[in-house]
Design a protein around this ligand. Structure first.
Ligand SMILES: *Cc1c(COP(=O)(O)O)cnc(C)c1O
Length: 471
């Protein structure tokens, strides 16, 4: 047996042999000879391990070449690319959450293509602070006394707990010990911060008295956490924000809320109720509120802490802040996004525009796309009603009524393989499937996406036959 493997291993092609293959020339030119060599070495190493482990019992030289070739193709392409989001999930974390508008992008270009006053006070000619560019905007928009920003909301929560709750007991409801996804779990973050988690209540019901009974001389904070993608319905209770705020004030504790999505304008007009705005939390007496910049706010990835000045001053002195600082491109994008709120131009924020699109308009968009697909790609396509979602952990129980285009895969193609081809096309398209058909939700498709979707489908369908029919 071992001899057999040894003799098989002798059949592995030599590196010199592989590097002589004509097709590798192009890759040696664009990626360098060393990169091609190490790609072959990776594939050969895997084949060798598979042989030894008995997962395969012969060597296919064709496989080694084709596998290496497909990896080299991948390395030759830009990795982080534009993708068409046809899922109808507006704040889609895997697809980059919020898109930035043209005006915001222009400011990012300006701030990053040249020097800036990032940390320079132009009036005094002295060192300034990078956070100063957004502080006033954040306090104006949220009504808080003070504000600071860090890398993301997970960082903001960790920073606050470490700076304010280290070695102190932090009371939190068992109904709010959630996992957000991407391995952000409240109990883990608390442990890592050095705060001592004091759980109270039950999964479905926690009362003010539970917090009261948990108080001890070691208590430092009360933490409230937005349950994000998770809802308890039915026999459910939680303590009111105002009551927790008065309890905290009375006992000289810090009341912190991790709001997650950070809604800064009332979305009630679009049927989205039940999420408090940051301003409402501050008005209810929460001492510090943390939230994300790239969820419902519609800006870049950033984490915001707003609240009482005295408390934020303590955080500003905490050394972890330096490790979480925000880059200038992000600050430029965030400042411009916040200015759009100030100027009441929220329709220039793609995330909010997508959420607030009237159903009639979505239907019109879907009909236009459907007829384009029928005409140019010759596939059966029709406009259908869809359920879209806000995403990003906000309004998990609220569907957004939307519209999409239902496309029948060409003869002999399954919905799954059509979805795969769409993902792998030159402009990748992420769509969904229902009853064997592929659905393109138009809510999350940007201007210009229609043309690319039609082009991709046209290529996939091979332009055979036409089913142009009225819909
Ligand atoms: C999304 C979310 C986070 C994490 O925010 P990031 O900006 O992804 O770091 C933390 N807490 C809650 C409640 C969230 O919804």
């Amino acid at each position: 047996m071992r001899d057999e493997i040894r003799s098989l291993l002798r059949d592995l092609p030599s590196m010199d042999e592989l590097l002589q293959k004509r097709w590798t020339g192009r890759f040696q030119e664009i990626l360098g000879r060393e990169a091609v060599r190490s790609t072959f070495a990776d594939v050969i190493g895997e084949v060798r391990r598979d042989l030894i482990k008995g997962r395969i019992n012969s060597i296919d030289p064709g496989h080694i070449e084709s596998e290496a070739r497909s990896r080299l193709e991948k390395y030759s392409r830009k990795s982080l690319r534009r993708v068409i989001n046809a899922t109808g999930v507006v704040v889609h974390t895997n697809l980059g959450r919020s898109c930035l508008g043209a005006g915001v992008l222009e400011n990012v270009m300006q701030a990053s293509g040249c020097y800036s006053n990032l940390e320079y006070d132009l009036e005094e000619g002295l060192r300034g602070h990078r956070n100063s560019h957004v502080e006033w905007l954040l306090t104006s928009i949220t009504g808080a006394d003070s504000a600071l920003v860090v890398n993301n909301n997970a960082g903001a929560v960790l920073l606050c707990l470490a700076a304010l709750g280290r070695d102190r007991e932090v009371i939190v409801s068992r109904g709010e010990l959630v996992e957000i996804g991407g391995s952000f779990r409240i109990p883990d973050i608390m442990e890592f911060s050095g705060a001592l988690m004091k759980e109270v209540g039950t999964t479905n019901r926690t009362h003010l008295s539970d917090y009261l009974n948990a108080l001890s001389p070691a208590t430092g904070m009360i933490l409230k956490v937005h349950p994000s993608n998770f809802r308890v319905v039915g026999f459910q209770a939680e303590a009111a924000r105002e009551d927790l705020a008065s309890l905290a004030r009375e006992k000289d504790l810090i009341f912190m809320e991790d709001l997650g999505s950070g809604v800064v304008v009332d979305l009630g007009a679009w049927g989205l109720q039940g999420e408090p705005t940051v301003r409402q939390c501050i008005e209810s007496g929460v001492d510090i509120v943390t939230f994300s910049g790239d969820k419902l706010l519609g800006g870049p990835q950033i984490g915001v802490v707003v609240g009482r000045s005295q408390i934020l001053d303590r955080i500003r002195k905490f050394p972890l802040l330096r490790a979480l600082r925000v880059d200038k491109m992000t600050l430029a994008a965030f400042e411009s996004t916040l200015r759009l709120y100030l100027e009441k131009k929220t329709d220039e924020i793609p995330t909010l525009r997508m959420i607030s699109q009237p159903l009639k308009e979505l239907e019109r968009k879907a009909r236009t796309l459907a007829s384009g697909i029928r005409r140019s790609a010759g596939l059966r396509a029709k406009a259908v009603a869809t359920h879209d979602a806000v995403g990003g952990g906000a309004f998990p129980a609220t569907d957004l009524d939307g519209f999409g285009v239902e496309v029948e895969p060409p003869e002999g193609v399954t919905d799954g393989s059509l979805l795969e081809s769409l993902r792998k096309s030159p402009v990748p398209v992420v769509a969904s499937a229902r009853d064997g058909k592929v659905i393109f939700h138009v809510r999350t498709m940007l201007e210009g996406d229609n043309k690319d979707v039609i082009e991709v489908l046209k290529n996939l369908a091979g332009q055979e036959g036409s089913h142009d029919q009225e819909n």
